[in-house]
Design a protein around this ligand. Structure first.
Ligand SMILES: Nc1ncnc2c1ncn2[C@@H]1O[C@H](COP(=O)(O)OP(=O)(O)O)[C@@H](O)[C@H]1O
Ligand SMILES: O=P(O)(O)OC[C@H]1O[C@H](OP(=O)(O)OP(=O)(O)O)[C@H](O)[C@@H]1O
Length: 195
């Protein structure tokens, strides 16, 4: 391991099926860690309108996303659900300086995310299938057809490995949220404080 790798923080990638509660669990942790300058909640760049849903993201057009991609603005980007998603390149520098960054990721894109960032921990948020359907209908961010497509989405079986922690969010959000907070704490404890 090089000196730089030794000093770096961790990227915690939150993945799981649509409706499992990735954004909700991250929102719980963001409140918990509001006073922690060493923990960064990543604002993704997405080709989705800014007023759609609760995730705070940078909303761009498809043309703007392509321009950003051409100018190497992303550490990693991927496509799903007819949308493009990007993790800004500067996040890699913040992690290198010792911060713990938390991002809503993608199961299908996990191999490229793992390859792009040195130290990665994966939080796989799950919920039972009937719970997913009910939650997506209640969330109301997508049309009924979109919700059905999300429920049917198949992803490669890549969410396995020693870096993966499963967080069941079939029940109360505060229980899953505390589980996730504990995971983040474990990783911060390993990282040096950023300068
Ligand atoms: N533990 C929970 N109990 C009840 N509702 C929840 C819980 N977790 C999330 N939700 C709700 O379910 C919907 C989907 O959650 P969300 O965080 O958007 O999931 P994801 O980001 O994985 O698609 C939202 O309306 C959210 O408020
Ligand atoms: O490869 P997958 O694991 O299926 O993930 C594909 C995309 O779906 C989610 O996005 P989005 O926030 O649009 O959807 P969600 O909140 O319904 O999961 C997730 O954050 C990924 O960007």
């Amino acid at each position: 391991m090089t000196a730089a790798e030794n000093q770096s923080g961790t990227l915690i990638v939150v993945v799981g099926p649509s409706g499992a509660g990735k954004d909700s669990v991250m929102g719980f942790a963001a409140l918990h860690f509001a006073q922690r300058p060493d923990i960064l909640f990543v604002r993704r760049v997405i080709t989705r309108p800014s007023d759609a849903g609760s995730e705070v993201h940078e909303s761009v057009s498809t043309a703007e996303f392509e321009e950003m991609q051409e100018s190497a603005a992303f550490a990693v980007s991927w496509q799903a659900h007819g949308l493009s998603y990007g993790i800004p390149r500067e996040i890699a520098d913040r992690i290198e300086s010792g911060m713990t960054a938390i991002v809503n990721g993608s199961r299908a894109a996990l191999p490229v995310i793992r390859a792009a960032f040195g130290k990665v921990a994966v939080a796989l948020v799950t919920a039972d299938a009937p719970v997913l359907a009910k939650r997506l209908a209640q969330r109301g961010r997508e049309s009924e057809e979109d919700v059905l497509r999300r429920l049917k989405r198949q992803v490669p079986d890549v969410v396995a490995g020693p870096d993966v922690t499963v967080i069941d969010n079939s029940g109360r959000l505060d229980i899953a949220g505390q589980h996730f907070v504990a995971l983040v704490e474990r990783h911060c404890a390993k990282a040096p404080h950023p300068a």
